[in-house]
Design a protein around this ligand. Structure first.
Ligand SMILES: Cc1cc2nc3c(=O)[nH]c(=O)nc-3n(C[C@H](O)[C@H](O)[C@H](O)COP(=O)(O)OP(=O)(O)OC[C@H]3O[C@@H](n4cnc5c(N)ncnc54)[C@H](O)[C@@H]3O)c2cc1C
Ligand code: SF4
Length: 332
């Protein structure tokens, strides 16, 4: 039987330092994603077989959620998705985030799974999750989705690898203008907007975000909601009656002023290797009084660059419809 070394940590600096020293170590939070990958035995030239897991749940206070009118919301990376969806300040002031957290996985997984783990979970591409396929993302030299079965894959920004980002909470956080506080391998901390946290295959096909070995997501900050802000989160999934990853989802925040959209952020997931900020749609609605026609024109612009594969053209229409509904919901 295969054994894995387990280490508990008590603070972020210690955790980052332990991870930085050992390239075959990985942080564990709730374990709902990581343990599955370890048990499946996924590995490759670019995906080490983890020999040590470093527990960060044991860091005191790392799961707190607190709101201040002056600063907004601070979420510890170890807060569970359940804690987030049920927190009164999240429900009242950031309903799109509460809805996104509730849309992820099943109640059992949300009780264990943390927001940090949700944002840093690895992709769900069936070839990546199968030991038989040594694809680019494991350090191999082929993408099996291009010639294989690609109904759940990317329609936007795919290149080399066509995964879709699996997190439901990521688009909500980007739409809300959130930032990540990162505990770095050097022992310092840095703050990065979530707009630049996720990275695509062009940057490095072996990872999905800016975190280097030893870097950890410590906290999330969301600014207080602006006066006149309305928001929405919508998700489409294949098995609507039970839990499932998104075929597409969209989070929208619109700030209304004098009857017009003064500001807008529209972010999709499930359609590209990173959460996809639909800036063309945002630009199309800014300065406008929103009607269904305005929202439809914005959705059409958002998907102009879509390049579907053999099995996933349906996602173009799906994403457009979600954008229209989400804009109308946020506006209302
Ligand atoms: C059956 C199933 C269905 C699911 N459905 C959905 C869904 O519909 N929508 C959705 O969004 N998600 C879904 N998920 C994913 C689920 O939300 C994640 O597994 C969970 O949130 C991960 O949290 P965790 O704390 O268990 O992470 P872990 O499994 O402990 O860690 C996951 C990864 O993140 C890294 N990590 C964890 N915390 C940090 C941190 N603070 N800083 C840096 N790296 C970190 C770990 O090293 C690991 O690589 C599903 C999962 C399963 C198993
Ligand atoms: S889409 Fe990415 S993860 Fe999936 S087979 Fe291609 S390279 Fe691998």
């Amino acid at each position: 039987m295969r054994t894995v070394k387990y280490t508990r940590t008590t603070n972020w600096k210690q955790a980052s330092s332990l991870l930085a020293k050992d390239p075959k170590s990985r942080a564990i939070a709730g374990g709902s994603d990581l343990l599955g990958m370890i048990k499946e035995g996924l590995q490759g030239k670019g995906l080490p077989r983890w020999e040590t897991i470093v527990d960060i749940r044991t860091i005191t206070g790392s799961d707190s959620i607190a709101y201040k009118d002056s600063d907004g919301l601070t979420i510890g990376a170890l807060a569970t998705l359940s804690a987030l969806e049920n927190h009164p300040d999240v429900q009242k002031r950031y309903p799109a985030l509460a809805k996104a957290a509730r849309a992820a996985a099943s109640p059992n997984i949300r009780n264990t799974g943390t927001i940090g783990g949700n944002l840093n979970q690895r992709p769900r591409c069936w070839y990546f999750r199968n030991t038989e396929f040594n694809c680019y993302k494991k350090g191999g030299d082929f993408c099996f989705a291009v010639t294989g079965s690609n109904s759940y894959h990317a329609i936007l920004n795919g290149e080399l690898c066509y995964i879709v980002h699996p997190s439901d909470t990521a688009p909500a956080l980007i739409a809300l203008g959130a930032s990540a506080v990162i505990s770095t391998a050097s022992g310092s901390e840095k703050t990065v907007p979530f707009d630049s946290y996720f990275t695509g295959p062009r940057v490095d096909v072996l990872r999905e975000n800016i975190l280097a070995q030893g870097d950890l997501l410590k906290e999330i900050h969301i600014p207080p909601p602006k006066a006149g802000a309305g928001m929405s989160f919508l998700k489409a999934q294949r098995r609507g009656e039970t839990y499932d990853f998104a075929l597409a989802n969209v989070a929208t925040v619109i700030v209304k002023k004098d009857g017009k959209a003064d500001d807008a952020r529209i972010v999709l997931s499930g359609v590209a290797p990173t959460p996809y900020r639909a800036t063309a749609a945002e630009d199309a609605i800014k300065g406008q009084a929103i009607t269904t026609e305005v929202a439809q024109a914005a959705a059409d612009r958002a998907l102009l660059q879509a390049r579907p594969m053999t099995d996933n053209a349906y996602k173009v229409t799906l994403a457009k419809n979600l954008i229209v509904r989400s804009i109308m919901e946020a506006w209302a």
